[in-house]
Design a protein around this ligand. Structure first.
Ligand SMILES: Nc1ncnc2c1ncn2[C@@H]1O[C@H](COP(=O)(O)OP(=O)(O)OP(=O)(O)O)[C@@H](O)[C@H]1O
Ligand SMILES: [Mg+2]
Length: 269
């Protein structure tokens, strides 16, 4: 039997699980996002220092307005910081132009939002295919479809791929959004309250799918209001007023170590 030229290779693992996670995928230093100036300035993120290891599941919790989405948007390359440095997957993204940032984002990041953001007139598989097309216009139409089907199968939606978003439950729509985020094989997935609009059971399915992506070395940033899910992450970050209030990795309280600046947190792990 001749090999099918359009067969999609399984995703390459980004890192072997046996290799210690020494390289941070995200390195933020003194990261600040502010709107306006002087007394009317609004602070979203205030001088944050943070490393997230490659292949980690990191959770961010905190009260409404504490800066979770702002920090997530900076790390995803959707927004630019006012000051500070931000290196993600080896690229310094804090000073990239909008065009370069968009190209970098297409190659590197998958994004999942609370309210799915699926295009309502496209089927599940067309929504996922569009993400492949936007990330890489050179991919042949048949390969786009194959990859879309594989991604939808990996979130358990092979049989519902032809449905429009309105013909899917909320949990299913979010699984389509996860398929869309992972179909480009990104190094990083940023999910901003992906379970926020779902019932508990669907929320758990979505969480498990996201957490499972770390097995191939994908780094997942999971923003949530659910403390129970947040506690299951490798790295747990709690924000307050734009700052990191508490930060735990592998059971170690990172805050005093990072604040002291005398210890490399990757070594501490
Ligand atoms: N475009 C903007 N212009 C001005 N201020 C903004 C802007 N976006 C966010 N902010 C402010 O930045 C702060 C952090 O907002 P952010 O959306 O990051 O909070 P959050 O922790 O995600 O909250 P929630 O849990 O409600 O989603 C808030 O005080 C918010 O009002
Ligand atoms: Mg938010």
């Amino acid at each position: 039997m001749s090999p099918d030229p359009y067969r999609v290779a399984p995703p390459e693992p980004h890192a072997s699980p046996d290799v210690p996670r020494l390289t941070p995928l995200v390195q933020a230093h003194d990261l600040t996002r502010r709107w306006g100036r002087g007394s009317s300035a609004q602070l979203g993120v205030d001088r944050v220092d943070l490393n997230i290891g490659s292949g980690e599941l990191a959770s961010i919790v905190g009260p409404s307005g504490s800066g979770k989405s702002t920090l997530g948007a900076l790390i995803a390359g959707i927004d630019n910081p006012t000051s500070g440095s931000l290196v993600v997957d080896g690229t310094r993204i804090d000073s990239l132009s909008n065009d370069r940032l968009a190209r970098w984002r297409g190659r590197t990041v998958g994004i999942v939002f609370q309210d799915f953001h699926l295009l309502p007139t496209l089927s599940a598989e067309e929504n996922v295919e569009l993400a492949v097309q936007l990330a890489d216009r050179s991919v042949h139409r048949r390969e786009r479809r194959e990859r879309s089907r594989d991604a939808l199968a990996s979130v358990g939606l092979a049989d519902k791929r032809r449905r429009l978003p309105t013909q899917l439950s909320g949990g299913e729509q979010q699984r389509v959004a996860i398929a869309r985020a992972l179909v480009t094989r990104p190094r990083l997935i940023v999910a901003d309250e992906p379970t926020g609009s779902l019932d508990q059971a669907s929320g758990h399915v979505v969480f498990e799918l996201l957490a499972g992506l770390t097995a191939t070395g994908t780094t997942v940033l999971f923003i949530t209001h659910d403390p129970e899910l947040a506690r299951r992450a490798d790295r747990q970050i709690e924000m307050l007023d734009g700052r990191i209030a508490t930060h735990t990795a592998a059971g170690i309280d990172m805050s005093p170590l990072v604040a002291a600046g005398t210890i490399d947190e990757q070594v501490a792990r």
